[in-house]
Every structure is written in structure tokens, then in C-alpha cells.
Design a protein around this ligand. Structure first.
Ligand code: HT7
Ligand code: ZN
Length: 893
């Protein structure tokens, strides 16, 4: 597919002041009348450029210029474009009438039907599927929308902004008019016509304005909205307290819909959410679901300032709003839940999703220089690495200067569509720190490696850290190079946060060479060179460095820690991330030896597991019960690195079977060695209070269920009874799912019965059915491949529903490497079949599944040839979407 380049950006030839929309929803179609008050853009590159509007799957009925009907020859339609030939005055109103087919819109972009209602999704380019428009984010206009629909079927009619009129019409129909007082880009437009129940509450802003908060859900689900509403009000308060940002509208509405391609959408005053991030009740949602709702509600709310009030000039700048808003929702998460656990979970997400992306064929910087399909760039890189880049600015300039930078950004750019440079300039001007070199993070792809070596000199009592950055070219740079558009590369500017521990685990005071006195026990080193050394003075004995605290930069750290040093850090580091990281590294080192042993045919001897390892984990488990212990953190630390993370950590050819075998063997070893303490912890951690998703209870459940998972590995009558009892008696979904996941791992008699009982109980709760699908698609049981194929035909599955596809197909392809990479190629064939079927109805979803092939070249030649066959089969499909064509084309490049 044809690429679009950032360097080709030009301002729009016309601007649109106001948009007056009228949408009449009828049986089988909708009629959209759009009156656009336009004028020439004085900043346009070509002052005589023609007016070209974009539209997709629209049937143009009529077009008028200042009320005059245009005839043949005065306009032309070509390839989704409407070209106006008629002579245009400086300012004019262009009115189009088009018909669209929301019921047939399976892409879920534009206006579409879901169950008993009509909903919209306009980001990135969905508005053009509603009406002809200059559908680009730098065209900002004021909108009104009048919606007409059958009153009995669609009693609720919603738009952005404020309701300004409503009434009944003939034939049992009604209408409502909404007006948004703020200028906005088309991607933030939204409307809803549906049968919905509503939960209402009020938030009084710091300046005393009353904001009506409303959560709309499918009838009968009001008892699942309370958590989302509470999250919204907490978010409003937090943004006032931390960033001084106040809600600017009188109405803030959240509408939940079951068919949605992503998590949620920040449309101005009318957020549309995947039900997954709204609906929750203790018996239907897990602790993680509750936590995710907090984060997604906060994320969409925070977009009101970072995205809506200040938006993106063009889609290359997507990380301007997404990276910054993820960073803001992460900060909110750290304030609302355990800061350490939140950070660990973020790093895990980064390593599971973003590091592989940066190392694969779809690698791109947080601001890509080109793309074929923008929907492919709602990526882990733009979001998660984008947030890491903002976090690094925060770390380098400090919290107060960061806040000043935010204030300056809004003072300069409120109401504008801007670039990443504008954001960095505000941060630079507010802090006085030169961020010129830092901006490389916006243009260079790939995860840098930080090679750090420590040397202690007892004679001078100096400890020297030599730091080297490695940033080899990725697929992204190689492609641009081949296209004759090379990007300059150079060393990154990054914060290396560290401390030094002595032999007793105490933090040492830190004095860098050249400083007169020690300043604290933790420092932020500013790394800017390819090679750099940092010298610490007055160090009495060789320390253990605690490096990259809080995961201060999105890099791979290479430091030759010994097992003893890692155990020391696990036990004593004051930084929660570094304690966890030490445990992960220790486990990775052991597993690397285990993988090699399995490849050599000697894995089952378990000779590769150090005898001291179980003792370290026993101590870790015990630390949860010591004064100040944090069960949630211990639960994180008990989880071995996932197979996906181990695949990425493999230097040479990946052997998914050996990875799976070694990881499983280590889990079983720990379970056997620690059976007593695990069982004791399991019983001790039982929560007797009524369920609450709050951090303390959730932490106890997390650790208890981690213990249960280990005990289930023993697979004796005792552990099976424990699992089955929990499954039968749990009063909350967290505990039920933990038990069901353990049951689903094994091909036991209990498995089918438990799964059947679960489905029978929850068949009417779509989100719980998704859990039922996912627990099976991610199971390691030998028959998982066949079962997943069979589930495609199950009445509980629906290929048109993205949540179902993500639960069954994507989870299998992305989170079950053992089965996806089955040596007979069945996993690859399954994925290719699904991608082809999905592409015809929903290219965005198909393309997300296709990303499972990203790392195919890391596997052995046999698997590579099997994957190549499937990729070629997909590529040769007639009429393949741009979305999938880009992903598969780059994979095969
Ligand atoms: N800004 C929103 C992005 C989004 C989206 C993009 C493409 C297709 C469908 C979509 N739904 C939502 C979500 C967010 O980052 O807040
Ligand atoms: Zn977002």
C-alpha cells in the first residue's frame, strides 16, 4: 500500500468554522445532511487550491453551495474524494445530503449498529464514513447535531456538548439537538441513538461549577456502573489537584457499547466505551478489571485536556496526545493503587508488547515518519513507549518543572492542533533544560541497550560506572534507507536513576567526582553520550549497584550481576521495581540455562536449577508477612517471566517448546519445594471482609491466587481439591477465575464440567463469556489448538464482536506461544484463516491479529517456512485491506 510521509504535511487549503449535522436514522439506512461553513485558509500553501472533501461508503444525494444546487460538472466524485469545481467565494456554506448504511457497517468505524442502538467511532478517520469532510485533525470546527430516530426503539439521543432542543415527530419518531461550544477536530465527534439505562451523579469543580456525570449502559446493567462513575469523579478531582485542570463542560457522558474495536474513545463530553471498561460487579469482574476501569476512565477523561483542548496537527503526532495521556493515567494509577505494583505492571506491558514491536518488522518511533494505514499506529510504541518518553522528561526536569511545562503548553496552545515539538518546547522553556538531543526519542525506533559495567577501586574508594549505549538500526530505519529517506541516528539523552547498596543492604550516600558533598542515596544520571563514565567517591567497599530505578528509561539493561548480587537486591533494594527486576533477572538466567538443557535433552534432570533458588523464593514469600510487607508486590515477584518475554530475551533462534518446558519445570520445582509455605500463605491470606477491589484486599487475593497457581502445579488430590473448592465457593470473579484458570490448564475430568457449569451460569453476561473463551485459548493443555478451533463454531463465540475475537483468537496467537508456534504449523494456519475471514468485515481487528506474525523470523527455519506460507497466502488475497496489507507486507519484506 501507498505510504504517507510526515515531511509532506501541508496546511489545509480550506478551514471549516461550523458544522451543522442532521442525522435521520431510518430502517435500513441513515440520511446525513451536513452544512459546512467554510473559508479559505490564509495559511494554505496554495491560495487557489481546489476544495477536496473525503468520504467513504457514502451515497451522495445532493450538494449545494450557499443554497444553490450544484449540477453535473460543478463537482466530481473520484476514489473517496469529492472535488468541487464550482467557483468558490472566500466564505461559503457547502451542504451535502448523503445516505449511509450503519446496519451494514461491520468495520465499527463511522456510524454503526450494535445490538439495540447506533454508535459512532470517528478516530482516526471514521467521520468521513458519516459525511463528506476535511477529515483531518487540524481542521477544527464548532458542531451541532440534530438526531432523528424511532422513539420507542431508540429513546436516548446523545451528542457532544449541551442538549439544546428535543421533540416528537410524526410516525412515533423523535429528535434531539446537541451543541458543542468547543471547537474540535472531526475525530472527536460522537452521537448515539439507543435504548439505554443511565446512572447520574454530579461533580462540583474547583471553581464551583456543577458538572452532570452520566454513565449509559444497556438496559438492566445499572448495577455494574458504580465503579466507572466513581472512577470518573476521582479522575476529575485528581486532574484538578495534580495539574490544575478543570472540567470545562456541563455534561460528561460515558456510553458503554459491546461492539467496539478498542478500549474507549474520548469524544468531547460524550465518551464511548467498550463495555469491558465500564461494567463491573464483584461477581462478574476481577480485581484487574476494576483496576483497568479506573485507568481507562481516567485516560479518556484526561484526554479532555491532553488531546481535546490541545490536539494533534496530523496523525504522525498521535503520541503527542496518547503518550502524554498514558503517562497521566499511569501517574493517576500510581496515586490510586500501589505505586510499585503499578510500575511493575507497566514495565511488563512494555516488555510484552512494545519491545517485540520495536524489534520486529512494524518497528517505528513514537512519531513515525511514514505510514500506510494510521489505524496500525495505535501501537504499543505510540502509547506505551510514548508514555515512557514523557516520563523521562518528568524525571530529567523534575515534578515542579514538569507542571510548569504543562501550564506553559496549555497557555500557548489551548484550542490549537500542534506537534510533538511544541510540547517539548514548552517543557524546555519551563525547565531551562536543553532537550534538543532528547528529541531523538521521537525520531528513532528500537529499544536501546545500555551496557553498564562497574569497577571498584579499594585504594581510592571509588566506584566507577561505565555506561555505553547501543542503538542499532531497526527494520524501520532500514526501510527508510532503502526508500532513499534515511533518518539520522545518534545517542539518546536518558535518565539513569540509581543507588548503591552495601553488603548489609544499606543505601550508600552518593557523591559524584567533582562534588563537594554527598547528596542523597539516589541520583538521576543524565546519559547523553555513546560512552560515558560516572565516578562515585568515598565508597568504603564494593557496592551492589541498583540500576535503572523505577525503570527510568525504556532500555534493555546489560549489567553482569551475579546470582548473589541479584538475591541481595531482591532482599534489600528500596526501589520496588528493582527488587522485582532482580527476581526476574535471576529467573531469566536460570531459565536460560534450563532452555539450553532441554535443547540438549537434559532438561528433566533439573540440574540447571540452583539449589539456593527455592530458598530465595521462600524468603520472598515470607517477606509478604513481615512488618511492612506488601503481598501485591510479592505476587508480582512470584510470577516467572512469561514465555513471550523469554522469547524476546533469546539471543539466537527461539525454541518455544524448550522455553515452555523449562518454565513449567521451574514452576513445578518451586511448587514441590515450597508446598508447605505456599499452602500456609494460601490459608493465611484468605479475605474474610466483604469484597472490595481496593488495593489491600486485591493484593491479598493476588498473592493467594499466585500460591494457588503454584500448588495446582503439584497436581495431586490435595491441590486439586483446593482448586475445586475455591472454584465452587468463591464469591467474587477474581477467585473464580484464578481457580478456573488452574483447572483449564489440565486435561482433567473436572475441566469440562467446570467450564460447562461456568458457561451455564454466565451465558448472558458477554464479558464473562469472554473470560470463559480466554481461559481456554491461553491454556497450555495439549488439546488447546483443537479446542480453540472448535470454539469458533460455538454459539458463545461471535466473529463480528471484537471482544470475542480478542478473547479467543488474539489471546491464542499472542499469549499462547506454545500452541501458536506449534511445530506442525496448525497455529499459523489457524491465524491466517481467521485474518482472512476477519479482513472482509473488520480490517482493524484483522490487522491486530496479523501482528502475531511479527516475530516469525526469530524461530527455526522449519517454523519460518510454515509462517511464510501463511503470510504469503494472506498477502495474495484479492481486495486485502490496507491495514492487513501493511502488516503482512512489512513482515515479508
Ligand atoms: N483515542 C482513542 C483511540 C481509539 C481508536 C483508534 C482507532 C480505531 C478505533 C479507536 N477507538 C479508540 C482511544 C484512546 O487512546 O483513548
Ligand atoms: Zn488515548
Amino acid at each position: 500500500p501507498q505510504a504517507i510521509y510526515l515531511k509532506d504535511y501541508t496546511p489545509p487549503a480550506f478551514l471549516i468554522e461550523t458544522v451543522d449535522l442532521d442525522v435521520a436514522i431510518e430502517t435500513g439506512h441513515a440520511t446525513v445532511t451536513a452544512a459546512l461553513a467554510c473559508h479559505r485558509n490564509p495559511a494554505a500553501a496554495d491560495p487557489s487550491a481546489a476544495l477536496v472533501l473525503t468520504g467513504e461508503e457514502l451515497k451522495l444525494e445532493t450538494i449545494r453551495l450557499d443554497g444553490r444546487l450544484l449540477g453535473q460538472g460543478e463537482y466530481a466524485l473520484c476514489d473517496d474524494r469529492l472535488l468541487i469545481h464550482a467557483e468558490l467565494p472566500e466564505s461559503f456554506t457547502l451542504t451535502t445530503v448523503s445516505t449511509i448504511n450503519p446496519d451494514g457497517n461491520t468495520q465499527l468505524s463511522g456510524l454503526y449498529r450494535s445490538k439495540d442502538g447506533y454508535f459512532t467511532q470517528c478516530e482516526a478517520e471514521g467521520f468521513r464514513r458519516i459525511t463528506w469532510f476535511l477529515d483531518r485533525p487540524d481542521v477544527m470546527a464548532k458542531y451541532t447535531v440534530t438526531i432523528h430516530a424511532d422513539k420507542a426503539q431508540f429513546p436516548v439521543l446523545l451528542g457532544n456538548g449541551n442538549p439544546v432542543g428535543a421533540g416528537d415527530e410524526e410516525g412515533g419518531r423523535h429528535w434531539a439537538k446537541w451543541e458543542d461550544p468547543f471547537r474540535k477536530p472531526s475525530y472527536l465527534f460522537a452521537m448515539v441513538a439507543a435504548k439505554l439505562d443511565m446512572l447520574e451523579d454530579w461533580f462540583v469543580t474547583k471553581s464551583g461549577r456543577k458538572v452532570r456525570c452520566a454513565v449509559y449502559v444497556e438496559p438492566g446493567k445499572l448495577d455494574q456502573c458504580g465503579h466507572a462513575m466513581a472512577a470518573l469523579k476521582k479522575s476529575m478531582k485528581w486532574d484538578e489537584d495534580v495539574f490544575g485542570l478543570e472540567m470545562d463542560l456541563d455534561h460528561y457522558m460515558i456510553v458503554a457499547v459491546g461492539d467496539f474495536n478498542m478500549g474507549a474513545m474520548e469524544n468531547k463530553g460524550l465518551n464511548i466505551f467498550n463495555t469491558k471498561y465500564v461494567l463491573a460487579r464483584p461477581d462478574t469482574a476481577t480485581d484487574i478489571d476494576f483496576q483497568n476501569i479506573d485507568r481507562v476512565v481516567a485516560h479518556e477523561y484526561f484526554h479532555n485536556w491532553t488531546g481535546n483542548r490541545v490536539t494533534c496537527r496530523d496523525w504522525f503526532q498521535l503520541s503527542l496526545k496518547e503518550g502524554l495521556t498514558v503517562f497521566r493515567d499511569q501517574q493517576f494509577g500510581m496515586d490510586m493503587h500501589s505505586a510499585g505494583v503499578t510500575r511493575i505492571q507497566e514495565v511488563r506491558t512494555l516488555r510484552t508488547a512494545q519491545f517485540p514491536e520495536d524489534a520486529g518488522p512494524m518497528a517505528h518511533p513514537i512519531r513515525p515518519a511514514s505510514y500506510a494505514e494510521i489505524n496500525n499506529f495505535y501501537s504499543a510504541t505510540v502509547y506505551e513507549k510514548g508514555a515512557e518518553v514523557i516520563r523521562m522528561i518528568h524525571t530529567l526536569i523534575g515534578k515542579d518543572a514538569f507542571r510548569k511545562g504543562m501550564d506553559l503548553y496549555f497557555a500557548r496552545h489551548d484550542g490549537q492542533a500542534v506537534t510533538c515539538e511544541d510540547f517539548v518546547a514548552a517543557m524546555q522553556d519551563a525547565s531551562g533544560l536543553d532537550l534538543t538531543q532528547f528529541k531523538r526519542w521521537y525520531n528513532q525506533a528500537g529499544t536501546p541497550k545500555l551496557v553498564v559495567r562497574g569497577a571498584y577501586d579499594a585504594a581510592t574508594k571509588r566506584f566507577t560506572l561505565d555506561v555505553e549505549q547501543l542503538y542499532p538500526a531497526t527494520a524501520y530505519e532500514k526501510r527508510l534507507e532503502a526508500e532513499g529517506k534515511p533518518v539520522a541516528r545518534g545517542a539518546y539523552h536518558l535518565p539513569l536513576v540509581l543507588g548503591l547498596l552495601d553488603a548489609d543492604g544499606r543505601e550508600l550516600p552518593l557523591r559524584l567526582a567533582g562534588e563537594t558533598s554527598a547528596a542523597g542515596t539516589q541520583r538521576v544520571l543524565s546519559v547523553t553520550e555513546d560512552r560515558q563514565s560516572f565516578v562515585f567517591e568515598d565508597i568504603a567497599a564494593a557496592p551492589v549497584p541498583s540500576l535503572l530505578r523505577g525503570f527510568s528509561a525504556p532500555v534493555v539493561l546489560d549489567y553482569p550481576y551475579t546470582a548473589a548480587e541479584l538475591t541481595h537486591l531482591m532482599a534489600h533494594d528500596s526501589d520496588a521495581f528493582c527488587r522485582w527486576e532482580a527476581g526476574q533477572r535471576l529467573a531469566t538466567d536460570i531459565l536460560t540455562a534450563g532452555i539450553a538443557a532441554y535443547q540438549a535433552g537434559d532438561g528433566d534432570s533439573l540440574a540447571w536449577i540452583p539449589t539456593t533458588y527455592a530458598d530465595a523464593i521462600r524468603a520472598l514469600l515470607g517477606s509478604a508477612f513481615a512488618p511492612g510487607g506488601d503481598p501485591a508486590l510479592v505476587a508480582e515477584a512470584l510470577a516467572l517471566p512469561s514465555e513471550v518475554v523469554l522469547i524476546e530475551a533469546t539471543d539466537g533462534t527461539v525454541d518455544p517448546d524448550a522455553i515452555h518446558a523449562a518454565r513449567l519445570a521451574l514452576r513445578r520445582h518451586l511448587a514441590r519445594e515450597l508446598k508447605g509455605p505456599l499452602a500456609a500463605a494460601y490459608h493465611e491470606l484468605k479475605v474474610d471482609a466483604p469484597y472490595s477491589p481496593e488495593a489491600q484486599q486485591a493484593g491479598a487475593r493476588a498473592l493467594r491466587n499466585a500460591c494457588l497457581g503454584y500448588l495446582a502445579e503439584i497436581d495431586d488430590a490435595e491441590s486439586r481439591a483446593l482448586v475445586m473448592t475455591q472454584f465452587d465457593t468463591a464469591d467474587n470473579m477474581t477467585d473464580t477465575m484464578a481457580a478456573l484458570a488452574a483447572i483449564a490448564q489440565f486435561e482433567l475430568a473436572e475441566r469440562d464440567d467446570a467450564l460447562a457449569r461456568f458457561l451455564d451460569k454466565w451465558k448472558d453476561e458477554a464479558l464473562v463469556v469472554d473470560k470463559w473463551l480466554m481461559v481456554q485459548s491461553t491454556a497450555r493443555a495439549a488439546d488447546t489448538g483443537q479446542r480453540v478451533r472448535a470454539l469458533l463454531q460455538h454459539p458463545a463465540f461471535d466473529i463480528k464482536n471484537p471482544n470475542k475475537v480478542y478473547a479467543l483468537i488474539r489471546a491464542f496467537c499472542a499469549a499462547n506461544p506454545k500452541h501458536f508456534h506449534a511445530a506442525d504449523g496448525s497455529g499459523y494456519a489457524f491465524a491466517a484463516d481467521a485474518i482472512l475471514q476477519l479482513d472482509a468485515m473488520n480490517p482493524q481487528v484483522a490487522s491486530r491479529i496479523a501482528r502475531a506474525f511479527d516475530r516469525w523470523r526469530k524461530f527455526d527455519t522449519h517454523r519460518q517456512s510454515l509462517a511464510r506460507v501463511q503470510l504469503a497466502r494472506i498477502q495474495s488475497q484479492n481486495g486485502l485491506s490496507r491495514d492487513v496489507a501493511e502488516v503482512v507486507g512489512k513482515a515479508l519484506d
